[in-house]
Ligand binder design. Structure first.
Ligand code: MG
Length: 367
């Protein structure tokens, strides 16, 4: 037998406390090499030091005593790798749960009863959001998606036959939310939108059933900037963002469509564009190339304003004055979103329609 060490010295050398050594001895994990029959004093052999240090490290890795006992009987690199994979899975699951919790937090922002204050600077911007998403009166599937994860809000309209279209819009918003981390900035929003496009491109490239899928994206992040709320708007495709302020509806985004390009060139009037046979042709969409850059707009909001994000299901079926009338009349954001869906469906509802209404500082000028 190699040299015997008293329990105190063994403890000092291996890093396990005397108390823990006693517990492990009782568990049959690390049994003393000798016990003094008269004093009951325990001794460990020097050659037990590597085993004791191994147990210490495995405990630090969170491995259960029962598993360590089995491992010591049959030390195997494969088992270490399995523990490592389990750890990765656990971290992934916990990250997912935190992302879901963030989503739930965003969903709390759905009415005046639950105002959420977004504290990002010297002042605080209050945001109240409501959303609605509807397949319309004709289509069986809904390829539109919404994200309300304050201070980030987004709509996406998937392109491609089912299930490709709905996969693309959902993937766009899931990726956007996952990548828009840290302090909210316009650059961060642009980068998250590019990542969303890349995610669609990669998935479509690896799965033949999703080939050619793509999505629009209109996303707004509300950034605090001293005295006023600064908005960062990212857009690709023909979903839109509007600002409704002082009774006026202002379009914040520019459609990436063939008819918009023709209108910009003076070849079509706005009215012609609404009925043009090529009105659904997009000139830019997430996932149609490995790298797709969003347009970025940076409007500022002074005081109270109402934001509208919508897919083309709304704008194809409702004129600006009709949309403005609903936004002026219906106070609650979720009710306003529902009324806008009703408006689109009442006027035909031939497409899916997704709507988000966000009130920025809604109580500032309240009567
Ligand atoms: Mg659509």
């Amino acid at each position: 037998m190699s040299e015997l060490l008293a329990i105190g010295e063994f403890s000092a050398r291996c890093g396990l406390s005397v108390k823990v050594l006693r517990t492990y001895a009782a568990e049959g994990l690390l049994v003393p090499a000798a016990v003094d029959a008269w004093s009951g004093y325990r001794y460990y052999a020097r050659h037990q030091l590597p085993t004791a240090r191994l147990i210490l490290q495995l405990r630090r890795a969170g491995i259960a005593l029962r598993e360590i006992r089995e491992f010591l009987r049959d030390p195997d690199e494969g088992r270490l790798q399995a523990w490592e994979r389990g750890l990765d899975r656990e971290v992934t699951d916990r990250r997912r749960a935190l992302a879901a919790a963030r989503q739930q937090l965003g969903m709390l922002v759905t009415g005046p009863a639950n105002p959420t204050r977004h504290d990002g600077g010297t002042t605080m911007t209050t945001l109240l959001a409501g959303s609605a998403n509807d397949p319309g009166t004709v289509r069986d599937t809904n390829q539109d998606a919404v994200l309300t994860s304050s201070p980030l809000f987004a709509v996406a309209d998937g392109l491609g036959p089912s299930p490709a279209g709905e996969t693309a819009s959902r993937l766009a918003l899931d990726t956007l939310r996952a990548r828009f981390t840290g302090p909210p900035t316009a650059a961060g929003l642009a980068e998250a939108a590019r990542a969303a496009s890349r995610a669609i491109w990669d998935k479509a490239s690896s799965d033949p059933s999703l080939e050619g899928m793509a999505s629009t994206l209109t996303a707004v992040a509300v950034l605090d900037d001293g005295e006023q709320a600064q908005l960062a708007v990212a857009s690709v495709g023909d979903s839109r963002a509007y600002l409704f302020s002082a009774g006026q509806l202002h379009q914040l985004t520019h459609d990436h469509t063939v008819v918009q390009a023709l209108t910009d060139a003076g070849e079509l009037t706005r009215d012609d564009a609404r009925t043009h046979p090529s009105r659904s042709l997009l000139t830019r969409a997430l996932g149609i190339a490995p790298v797709v850059d969003p347009d970025i707009h940076l409007p500022a909001v002074r005081g109270t304003a109402r934001l509208l994000l919508c897919t083309d299901g709304l704008t194809a079926h409702a004129e600006d004055p009709q949309i403005a009338e609903v936004l002026a009349r219906v106070a609650e954001p979720d009710q306003a979103a529902a009324r806008l869906i009703e408006l689109a469906n009442h006027n035909g509802g031939s497409d899916n329609t997704a709507v988000i209404v966000v009130d920025v500082n809604p109580d500032q000028n309240a009567p």
